[in-house]
Design a protein around this ligand. Structure first.
Ligand code: SF4
Ligand code: SF4
Length: 405
């Protein structure tokens, strides 16, 4: 069993055996619902793992595909009666597949390549990272509050960055932004096992030459040191993936002071909830629609932020917040995370479409989320499948209702 895990991974083999004989979480599993395959849920994957190890089978593309067809949403962990740390197990398996040259799956390796060269997984030029900033935004170079923008807002959904800074400016905060010195938070790399990976360049004769090594630890430490050198002791996030990764993953990679980050992290929904509680938030306009809230896995299940976004939404005059059948700890995944969007694009959109159908079932005309990656995936589903629903994030709503645009 050990040979398919990295050498430092400390797992309990008994739990892997128990999990491989269990199907308790299968009905809630994002990937099982999408693929309908016995290999595509936690217990099924570990059953497959055991078969490959016990029969000493060579690692083939079917195994790799199964290991990567998981959004690491951790709905299974929530359901699990024996508390199998499935998220850690699947991420370690992916790390090992990369180590032995069998992973990552399909085109996911291109993400690592792009982060190595341009510091983002989309491949936009590093020097264009801050191009989303509009002239009206107030940004400073001496605030103790920073805003980590993230790659998706920087290169794909610039309106999120603009709305977030306008929101902070509304409360008198002129945040520090790293601009072109901001590198990927490394969420897509950590989730897909691309922690340390050789980077090759194709030569004219078709051969490949190694040009460097992708090293997540050095990218993360770069971001930490940048904020630290600028005196930032509090960072705000609009992306739940960046927030989760900084809060839970960065400390593991931070080499100084036993991994204690030199700043606190706060998702913008938490920031707004505090303002609300202190009576510092008065809505300028109402929103007379039935809405529902989608818990991003990285914000909800992974970090435990469920109520703050709801408190903020409920405070909007005229709004009718209804819950979908699956909410909070039981929330369905949007399908974008864990490398699904990059590795299995159509499947990721199918999963988003099913989540939107749950919103439509409760009569919502607006689906609100608080993760830029969820928003991106939902918008792709609306574009492809023509759902009659508005997709917004909390910061979009805030900016519109406060007339900050
Ligand atoms: S993760 Fe837990 S609930 Fe799911 S199959 Fe494994 S043991 Fe069963
Ligand atoms: S993390 Fe999500 S997609 Fe992966 S096995 Fe668990 S429930 Fe299924």
């Amino acid at each position: 069993m050990r040979r398919l895990f990295t050498k430092n991974f400390d797992f309990d083999p008994d739990k892997i055996v128990m999990c491989s004989n269990c199907s308790t979480c299968r009905w809630t599993c994002t990937s099982y619902e999408e693929w309908g395959s016995e290999a595509m849920f936690a217990g099924g994957r570990l059953r497959m793992l055991r078969a490959y190890v016990e029969k000493n089978l060579p690692i083939d593309e079917h195994f790799v595909e199964a290991i990567y067809s998981c959004s690491v949403c951790e709905q299974c962990v929530e359901r699990c009666p024996i508390k199998v740390p499935y998220g850690e197990i699947v991420e370690d398996l992916r790390k090992r597949l990369v180590e032995i040259g069998k992973g990552p799956y399909g085109k996911l390796g291109a993400m690592g390549d792009r982060v190595f060269h341009e510091h983002n997984p989309y491949g936009g030029e590093a020097k264009e990272r801050a191009n989303w900033i509009t002239p009206d935004l107030k940004i400073s170079d001496d605030s103790n509050i920073g805003y980590f923008v993230g790659c998706t807002a920087s290169y794909r959904r610039p309106e999120i960055g603009v709305a977030t800074v306008r929101m902070l400016n509304h409360f008198g905060i002129e945040p520090q932004i790293l601009g072109t010195d901001e590198y990927c938070c490394c969420s897509p790399l950590i989730r897909t096992g691309q922690i340390v990976m050789p980077i090759f360049k194709k030569q004219e004769d078709g051969s490949k030459k190694k040009v460097g090594t992708l090293d997540v630890k050095s990218i993360i430490n770069h971001n930490i040191e940048e904020f630290k050198s600028r005196g930032v002791d509090q960072i705000i996030y609009s992306c739940s993936g960046c927030f989760r990764t900084t809060t839970l993953d960065w400390p593991k990679f931070y080499r100084e002071k036993g991994g204690i980050l030199p700043f606190s992290t706060q998702h913008l929904s938490q920031f707004l909830a505090v303002k609300l509680k202190k009576g510092e938030m008065k809505w300028k306009n109402g929103y007379n629609e039935r809405v529902t809230y989608h818990d991003p896995c990285h914000l909800g299940r992974h970090v435990g932020v469920f109520e703050e976004p709801r408190e903020v939404i409920k405070s909007i005059p005229g709004i009718d917040l209804v819950e979908m059948d699956r909410n909070r700890y039981e929330s369905k995944c949007c399908g974008a995370g864990g490398g699904l969007k990059g590795g299995f694009g159509e499947n990721a959109t199918n999963i988003a479409s099913r989540r939107i159908e749950q919103a439509l079932e409760v009569g919502a005309t607006t689906l609100i989320s608080s993760c830029v990656f969820c928003k991106l995936n939902f918008l792709d589903a609306v574009k492809r499948d023509g759902h009659d629903i508005k997709i917004v994030n909390i910061e979009d709503l805030f900016s519109d209702l406060m007339e900050l645009g």
